[in-house]
Design a protein around this ligand. Structure first.
Ligand SMILES: Cc1cc2nc3c(=O)[nH]c(=O)nc-3n(C[C@H](O)[C@H](O)[C@H](O)COP(=O)(O)OP(=O)(O)OC[C@H]3O[C@@H](n4cnc5c(N)ncnc54)[C@H](O)[C@@H]3O)c2cc1C
Length: 430
């Protein structure tokens, strides 16, 4: 059954597009893509820009999944960077791996900026982000990141804030320091995705909402069976991330759905908004399970926090996040929270995104562990290369060891939740 957008700030303020009508009947294309979130749409756009014929099917609406429900923060904090360095060094050697991972941190930002400018996408893209230190023992990590950024030529874009200096950026006295990064950004994630989908359509890509892929027939030209027809394609990309159930056995034990909640408050008066986040930047803190927040274009505080690694429904998201909002900003005590929603992110065990093949013509890309806006755009570029020829970057990712739990999804999620609980407790003791 096709689902409409869940009630959220993003759904309520999205730009209307002409319909992406369901696919009825049979068709063919060079590439078929399953899933219309950032992974699928960014790849479709890359392919359309290269003149490749592409059909994308989305079971619900474009950006219906994590893409249209997230915190909107575009940061260079790659999830799994330490594991990436270790794994990629095996293929590239340590020095090249370090350069590769550093470039990966920022490549997604450049792609997004260029797209927004080129296609005139109206998505409230704004510069600036603060990584706020929760306690003194978290500062050395930020200092190390600051040093590294400076040695890589970013000294004009990063500033280390200490003690009360943080309050120039965010009106909150919980933090002991922070790393201000002007290269990072925040965005209306759903409008970015819809704008990219429109851009892909304008270049000839065929995008169909309300069309669920049910199965993939393998072969020299694989066939995607949908609930309304069939797509014969040269290659197929599975981009359903945490929301799909295809290729069950071969992808089993690799990716685990985690549920995250986000709320948006009533719009704040201008002066209060300036008091809360004077620099109008995105913010998240240094804890393992962190709070993340920013202002929207209509001055709501959009606030996310907590992760349920069992993948279960969160229940009353507004009730759960209100104490964190009021602890962060006592001036918002009692603020109305009319919008609360939840979304599912795909978590990988070593936090490295999973790029691979199920056969020589069927590819998959998934698992950004909660840091996917920039990464999906990098992945879109890499997958477009891999789907149309050879890609060194795809090989580097696909050779990285992917940890697999030899248990079902439910048991895997319970084990993951237990592991995360341990890390949270360990952090609290330090
Ligand atoms: C609450 C929340 C907050 C987040 N905050 C941030 C943040 O601030 N910054 C950041 O960088 N990242 C954040 N993330 C992560 C980021 O949103 C994701 O990594 C990213 O959007 C993943 O995009 P995707 O296209 O791979 O998956 P999704 O956006 O989940 O899209 C998958 C799509 O595939 C479709 N689909 C599934 N199965 C089928 C099928 N059989 N046939 C057809 N279609 C199918 C689904 O309907 C869905 O639309 C957050 C995630 C969540 C859930």
């Amino acid at each position: 059954m096709t689902e409409s957008y869940p009630q959220s700030y993003y759904a309520g303020s999205r730009h209307e597009t002409a319909p992406f009508a369901p696919l009825d009947g049979d068709t063919q294309a060079d590439v078929a893509i399953i899933g219309g979130g950032f992974t699928g749409v960014a790849t479709a756009l890359e392919l359309a820009e290269r003149g490749v014929s592409v059909v994308l099917v989305e079971a619900n609406r474009i950006g219906w999944g994590a893409t249209g429900r997230n915190g909107g923060q575009i940061t260079g904090s790659l999830s799994g960077d330490a594991a990436m360095l270790r794994e990629f060094s095996k293929v590239l050697g340590p020095e090249a791996a370090e350069r590769f991972v550093w470039d990966l941190r920022w490549r997604g930002h450049d792609i997004i900026r260029a797209r927004v400018a080129r296609y005139g996408i109206d998505c409230d893209l704004k510069d600036g982000h603060l990584h706020a230190a929760w306690k003194a023992s978290h500062l050395p990590e930020l200092e190390a990141m600051h040093r590294l950024a400076c040695t890589r030529g970013m000294e004009d874009q990063v500033t280390l804030l200490r003690g009360e200096e943080v309050q120039q950026a965010v009106g909150c006295d919980l933090y002991v320091g922070g790393l201000l990064n002007r290269r990072n950004m925040h965005v209306h994630s759903l409008n970015l995705c819809l704008g990219e989908a429109e851009a892909a359509r304008s270049l000839g890509a065929r995008l169909h909402e309300g069309t669920r892929a049910l199965d993939i027939e393998e072969g020299d030209s694989p066939v995607v069976i949908t609930d309304r027809g069939r797509i014969r394609a040269g290659r197929v990309l599975l981009a359903g991330n945490a929301y799909h159930r295809l290729a069950g056995r071969r992808l089993a034990g690799l990716l685990f759905p985690a549920t995250l909640g986000v709320v948006a408050t009533d719009p704040l008066p201008e002066a209060l908004a300036r008091q809360v986040i004077p620099m109008d930047i995105g913010v998240y803190d240094t804890r393992f399970v962190l709070d993340y927040y920013r202002l929207t274009a209509d001055r709501r505080l959009l606030f996310g926090g907590g992760t349920n690694y069992t993948g279960r429904d969160l229940g009353d998201v507004a009730g759960q996040l209100r104490p964190a909002i009021e602890r962060t900003f006592p001036a918002l005590r009692g603020i109305g929270i009319p919008l609360a929603w939840q979304g599912t992110a795909g978590i990988t065990l070593n936090r490295i995104p999973q790029l691979g093949t199920l056969s020589n013509r069927i590819f998959y890309a998934q698992g950004y562990s909660g840091h996917g806006i920039a990464t999906t755009h990098i992945v879109g570029e890499i997958m477009a290369q891999a789907l149309t020829g050879r890609s060194r970057d795809f090989e580097v990712f696909s050779k990285a060891h992917q940890w697999r739990l030899p248990v079902g999804r439910r048991m895997g999620n319970l084990m993951l939740a237990l592991g995360m609980w341990y890390f949270q407790k360990r952090e609290a003791w330090r």
